[in-house]
Design a protein. Structure first.
Length: 258
């Protein structure tokens, strides 16, 4: 039997973009996908759009929540797949073979997580790449230099969530980074890097909407380091993060990145 992959979309008032997300999921060539949509009680046309594709949606929950990470935890609780991944309502898969490549990666029983590359694209022109987030093979020390995998490309076995927990709601902006730090560094979950663009994300996410959010996110990341007994150099962390983010604006898929 084909490996079952649970894909979770969380949204709130996502009528402008969620249809692209749904279409990218149902276009995937992998045979066994469980698609779960967790909506925060949208007041726009989100529910109507989801209803158009109800034959492809295993679970649709629409109710108030405590934010994006609470919604993600609801999705994890409902998921029954062997592997769990998230694709948010501003995001879409780069091509129909993404989930198939992920499933093939998990055929190796020694791998418990995987991730790939991500492109930020313009809101109104999704063929126009603004930033190219090229990741790399995992090394624990990379987190100390401001690195982490792009969370929308991150997949992990459901058993990993069962062992080590979901998103920590004490982290309001950086719970995704804390979770990956917890899995990959604190618990040494074996992960594979897929050197492909897996996800395209529209610019304008919550974290990057204001300078205040960027500052608060970095404070939370620093708190996550302390929580897990990691002590990076502040200069190395901030310097590495600035360099890696800067490169994202100048490199493009298919180009060599040092």
């Amino acid at each position: 039997m084909s490996m079952k992959i649970s894909l979770i979309t969380v949204c709130f008032n996502g009528e402008k973009t969620i249809e692209d997300t749904i279409k990218s999921v149902i276009s995937q060539t992998h045979e066994s996908i469980e698609y779960i949509i967790i909506d925060g009680g949208s007041r726009d046309g989100t529910a109507g759009i989801v209803s158009k594709y109800e034959a492809h949606v295993a679970q649709f929950v629409s109710e108030p929540d405590q934010g994006i990470y609470d919604a993600m935890n609801k999705g994890i609780h409902l998921a029954t797949g062997d592997v769990i991944g998230f694709i948010n309502a501003d995001d879409f898969y780069a091509d129909p073979g993404v989930v198939e490549r992920v499933a093939r990666t998990f055929e190796d029983s020694t791998i418990d997580a995987c991730y790939g590359d991500l492109c930020y694209v313009k809101q109104d022109d999704t063929d126009s790449v603004v930033r190219y987030w090229k990741s790399s093979e995992f090394k624990p020390e990379l987190f100390l230099r401001g690195w982490c995998p792009p969370h929308p490309t991150f997949f992990a076995r459901r058993s990993v969530y069962e062992r080590f927990g979901g998103f920590d709601l004490d982290f309001r902006i950086a719970a995704d980074m804390e979770l990956m730090l917890r899995f990959l560094v604190a618990h040494d979950v074996p992960a594979a890097y897929l050197p492909h663009v897996l996800v395209k994300m529209r610019m304008g996410g919550t974290t990057n909407r204001s300078f205040e959010n960027i500052v608060n996110q970095n404070r939370e990341i620093w708190r996550a380091f302390k929580k897990h007994g990691v002590q990076p150099s502040l200069l190395s962390f901030l310097g590495g993060k600035m360099i890696s983010r800067g490169r994202q604006f100048f490199s493009r898929p298919g180009e060599a990145v040092n």
